[in-house]
Structures are given as structure tokens and as C-alpha cells.
Design a protein around this ligand. Structure first.
Ligand SMILES: *Cc1c(COP(=O)(O)O)cnc(C)c1O
Length: 391
């Protein structure tokens, strides 16, 4: 594992320049995420690792998955990690392992990715939403206190954009009501300090290895992290048709295993995750410096934030996004419609205006390009394009 803490900008500029055909600077587009640049330092190692799986033919579970689970558990700071097929499955199986199901309520935040709420529904439980804190975009502990009921079984804080949620307050509340805290760490691989990082701060963590996440597979993948032997065994069975031992099925389960080719690729990438996260923070610092003084809110840079996304806020979001597009710069909105206004949840009776902070943020947020090995000059070009818009 690398513990290089580079504070300088990405140092691979020249290598990347050799690979990308450099065209006229003013017309070259800047993508939202450049997966080619992300994989550039370890493409060969990934090929070798995948090739070894092809040679062995152990495509399902086996030593490649065991090894990555052990490495990931040590990295996060828990005793058990269980590889699954997506972040969605990680959330669902973790909730089920905690006994959450029909008739139960699970409290989470209105401005998260849809999978958080969908995973709660998949267990048969009902998602109960709270409004976000507009300054951090994270769930607000006071609002969570107001949402607790006799049916609440769990709280899911989301470390949105890579920033750690207020775990101390949430854990205190959960202890008072005797409910589980399930961290949605799908955007927060590596957030916080050793020995316990995001995913080790509650009663279970759920990670996604969707390719563009801070730690991404070659397709879908996910991980459950827990510090409890009994929960770990349950998640292991649930992901594998309710079976811990071949041809013996102890309970109804699912097929939600992490594929071995993903596990071996993820092992390669995990060794570089701290360095990649340092680069993300370095890019965020550059953006913050270059955007200072503009009428935009910029995020604070701390070790608790791994910048899965770099999100600014402005009253003129749509015009700014259009201006960036006209200069060949991609941007994104995460997310344009809060959970409570999604058609998939109309049966839950949520209304427009019910979570005003999440709704207001949804109209103001804009994510700028952010990925490891983004070139310094591209970061500068994005920031200067934002400055030009406001001048
Ligand atoms: C990506 C993500 C998920 C779901 O992960 P998948 O692997 O796509 O199923 C859940 N929650 C959040 C906050 C995410 O960003």
C-alpha cells in the first residue's frame, strides 16, 4: 500500500500528453471523468491479474476474492469485508443481515443517489427521508432525531460526494433509539483517517465499485464491511443463495457475488487509492484557489473528504453549465431530482416542498470535472472558464 502524500499537482502530465493526441487547446474537450487517465498507471498490472484468472479459471469466488476482501477490510479498518455485485446489493444485504424488512422504517437523506432508497425498499422496509444540511449537503442529525419512530430500525448516513457524514451525532442518536447505523460509503472509499475510515464508523458499511467511483471495478461490484462475525456470516450466505457450505442452503438468499476478475483488478487499484485520493484533494485545492471571490460556494478540503465529486453551488447553475459546454467542458448535476420527487416513489406520498433544502440545492449544484491524473492545465482551464462566465 502506498502512503505517498503528494501535495503537488498530478505529476504524470508528460506521460499522459504522450498518450493523448494533443489538439488545439481551445477546442480540446475536457471530459467529466477520463477513465483512460484513471487507469493509465496500472493498466498493465490489471491485464496481468485478469490474465491469471483466465489461466486458473477460478471465475467465481476463490483466492482472488478472498485476498481482496482481506485487503479491503484492513484498509477500511474492520474485521470482515464481503464482496458483492454492486453498492445496491451491499446496502440491501447489510440491511437484511440486520433483520430489516417489511413493517420497518429506515431513515436516510432526501439528496442521495437513488440506490440508497431503492435498497431500503428492496428489503420491504419503508424509507423515511430527512432534509439535508445546505452547507455540507449531508444529512442533518437534528432532522434525523425528528424522523425517528417506534418502527425505525436503521439510519443510513450517506457520505455524499466523498465527505464523511456527522457520524458522532448520528451514532449517539442511534444508541439512544437502539437502531443500527449503516454507512452508505459508495462515494467515500478512503475518507477519514486510519485505523477506522468511512465504512468502519457504524454497524456496517456499503461500498460500490461502479467504474467511476474512487475505487472502481471493470464493471459493477460492491463490498460490505462489518466488525461483527455473525453479521459477516449472514451477508456471506445472503450473497451466495443462503449457503455457507456447498449444497446446503440455510435460508433464502440471492446470487450477488463479486466476480473474481473484478476482485483482482480492484486489488491492483486499492494499492494506489490513497495516492489517487490525494490527487483529488489537490485538484479540489486548485479549484478552490482559482474560484475564490466568485459568487459560488466551494467545498472545504479536509482529510475527511475524498472528492468523489467536486460540487460548487451557484444561483446561475444552468447558464454556467451551458457556458462550460460551449467551451468544450463537461459538467454534471448530482442529483437533479431529490428522492422524494422521483416517480418510483409516488406511492409513499411525498410532496414537492417537503424537503426544501434538498430541493433548493438540486437547482444550484454543479459538479466540475474531477479525476486522478487530471492535468493541471485542464483544471486551470475549467476554473478560468467559470471565472469568465462571472466576469
Ligand atoms: C453509486 C452509489 C450507490 C449504488 O452503487 P451501485 O454499485 O451503482 O449499485 C449507492 N449509493 C450512493 C451514494 C452511490 O453513489
Amino acid at each position: 500500500m502506498t502512503n505517498s502524500r503528494s501535495t503537488s499537482p498530478p505529476s504524470t502530465d508528460t506521460e499522459v500528453d504522450d498518450i493523448h493526441v494533443t489538439v488545439d487547446l481551445t477546442t480540446e474537450t475536457i471530459p467529466f471523468v477520463d477513465m483512460d487517465a484513471v487507469h493509465e498507471p496500472y493498466r498493465d498490472q490489471i491485464r496481468e491479474a485478469v490474465d491469471a484468472v483466465l489461466g486458473r479459471g477460478d471465475f467465481i469466488l476463490g483466492p482472488g476474492v478472498d485476498r481482496f476482501e482481506t485487503e479491503f477490510a484492513a484498509y477500511v479498518g474492520v474485521s470482515h469485508a464481503i464482496g458483492v455485485d454492486s453498492g445496491f446489493s451491499a446496502l440491501e444485504l447489510l440491511l437484511r443481515a440486520h433483520g430489516v424488512g417489511r413493517g420497518d422504517e429506515v431513515v436516510t437523506v432526501a439528496n442521495t443517489f437513488y440506490a440508497t432508497a431503492m435498497a431500503i425498499r428492496a428489503t420491504g422496509a419503508t424509507p423515511v427521508l430527512v432534509d439535508s444540511d445546505p452547507s455540507t449537503h449531508l444529512l442533518n442529525p437534528e432532522a434525523v432525531a425528528g424522523a425517528m419512530s417506534g418502527r425505525t430500525r436503521a439510519i443510513i448516513p450517506v457520505h455524499l460526494y466523498g465527505r464523511r457524514a456527522p457520524m458522532t451525532e448520528i451514532s449517539r442518536l442511534a444508541a439512544r433509539y437502539d437502531v443500527a447505523v449503516i454507512e452508505d460509503a459508495c462515494q467515500a472509499h478512503g475518507a477519514g483517517d486510519r485505523p477506522r475510515r468511512a465504512g468502519a464508523l457504524g454497524n456496517g458499511g456499503a461500498f460500490s465499485f461502479y467504474p467511476s467511483k474512487n475505487l472502481g471495478a471493470l464493471g459493477d461490484g460492491g463490498m460490505v464491511t462489518v466488525d461483527d462475525e455473525v453479521l459477516a456470516r449472514r451477508v456471506r450466505m445472503l450473497r451466495n443463495l443462503g449457503s455457507a457450505e456447498r449444497y446446503r442452503h440455510e435460508e433464502p438468499g440471492f446470487n450477488r457475488r463479486l466476480d473474481t476478475i473484478h476482485a483482482v483488478a480492484l486489488s491492483v487499484k486499492l494499492a494506489h487509492l490513497d495516492r489517487d485520493n490525494d490527487q483529488r484533494r489537490s485538484i479540489a485545492r486548485t479549484y478552490n484557489e482559482l474560484l475564490a471571490g466568485l459568487p459560488v460556494a466551494t467545498p472545504e478540503v479536509t482529510d475527511d473528504h475524498v472528492f468523489h465529486l467536486y460540487v460548487i453551488e451557484t444561483d446561475r447553475r444552468d447558464d454556467l453549465a451551458e457556458h462550460l459546454r460551449s467551451e468544450g467542458i463537461a459538467s454534471g448535476i448530482h442529483y437533479p431530482t431529490p428522492i422524494h420527487l422521483q416517480p418510483a416513489f409516488t406511492d409513499l406520498g411525498w410532496r414537492q416542498g417537503q424537503f426544501p433544502r434538498a430541493e433548493r440545492s438540486a437547482g444550484r449544484i454543479l459538479s466540475l470535472p474531477m479525476y486522478p491524473r487530471m492535468r493541471q492545465r485542464d483544471t486551470e482551464r475549467v476554473a478560468h472558464a467559470v471565472r469568465r462566465f462571472f466576469s
